[in-house]
Ligand binder design. Structure first.
Ligand code: FE2
Length: 315
């Protein structure tokens, strides 16, 4: 058997305090659809056939709960589980039939030292058809975690999940599990938590249409539209969601050949003439996005909620 590896990222699980507001943002404005729901969770699909790209869970505290990855078959899931056990990773649950509400399938979960749950699965139900609308996200693209304090995460990604190193920069290291240049990246910022998450549009027109829809709905483009003059070469426009989390539309992610892609170092990228935007358009992130990337917005929202709750219980 070849080295067992995950071969795609499915999406994220987020804990949100205002589930209704978050659902409204991601369906009415961002462009996802409800695939399933139960009392405390809503599963949101993109236009592709993947069951869902984002699961929002009602919680008193805003945080990223977990990331979900695809494996090709049960034998690979079992082999990945054996690798995780051998590596001493904290196993949340051994391989089993997953809940039908989230698309079912067969998989298991582990928890990394930053507290994030990683679920590896195969045979998850897919929608019968894709949705024909190129101005809405077609799939989850990538996630960047704040992982400065968790050097074990790179080892976990590469040695357990089978990710390959694509590139390193001063701020972020990029890893791939498919032809996409990166599906997971590790930001060298204090964590744990989310730096940003990205959803893929089919092309530039789709990304511009989606960004325009957000703008008309009153959301500010916090960075972009631009094209990364750096790892991935992808086009971006970045927003902040109602939970203080950074959400990116992206397209034209560089497709790489696993065997020939020469990963580059931080020094290679530092010497490029124009950064961060190849067009010279999206050069500066907003201060609000900086605060989202560093987790300050989420911390502030969580702090305010704690204060409100303690005032209520005192009165
Ligand atoms: Fe990104």
């Amino acid at each position: 058997m070849p080295e067992p590896r995950v071969n795609d990222i499915r999406g994220l699980d987020l804990a949100v305090r205002d589930l209704a507001a978050s659902e409204a943002f991601y369906t009415k404005h961002w462009g996802l659809d409800v695939a399933a729901r139960d009392r405390n969770t809503v599963y949101l699909r993109a236009t592709g056939r993947e069951h869902h790209a984002l699961a929002l869970h009602q919680s008193p505290r805003i945080e990223v709960l977990g990331a979900n990855y695809a494996a090709p078959d049960k034998a690979t899931v079992d082999a990945l589980h054996a690798k995780a056990v051998g590596a001493g990773v904290d196993i949340v649950a051994a391989p089993h039939a997953l809940p039908a509400i989230g698309g079912g399938g067969y998989g298991f979960s582990v928890r990394t030292p930053d507290g994030i749950r990683h679920t590896l699965s195969c045979d998850v139900a897919r929608h019968a058809t894709a949705i024909d609308d190129k101005r809405r996200p077609r799939k989850f693209s990538h996630v960047v975690f704040r992982s400065k304090d968790y050097p074990q995460l790179e080892t976990f990604l590469r040695e357990v999940l089978g990710f390959k190193l694509s590139d390193r920069t001063d701020g972020i290291d990029f890893f791939r599990c498919s032809g996409d240049h990166h599906s997971v990246a590790l930001g060298k910022l204090t964590g744990p938590g989310l730096h940003h998450m990205a959803f893929e549009l089919p092309d530039l027109d789709g990304l511009m249409g989606a960004s325009g829809r957000m703008k008309l709905a009153g959301h500010i483009i916090e960075w972009g539209v631009g094209r990364h003059a750096g790892p991935g070469n992808n086009i971006y426009s970045v927003f902040v969601d109602p939970n203080g989390l950074a959400a990116e539309y992206t397209t034209e992610m560089e497709q790489v050949d696993e065997t020939t892609y020469p990963h580059r170092t931080a020094e290679d990228w530092r010497n490029l003439p124009i950064r961060p935007c190849a067009w010279g358009m999206g050069m500066e992130r907003s201060e609000r996005l900086r605060q989202a990337n560093t987790g300050k917005l989420v911390d502030e929202l969580n702090r305010r909620h704690c204060e409100t709750m303690s005032q209520r219980s005192a009165s």
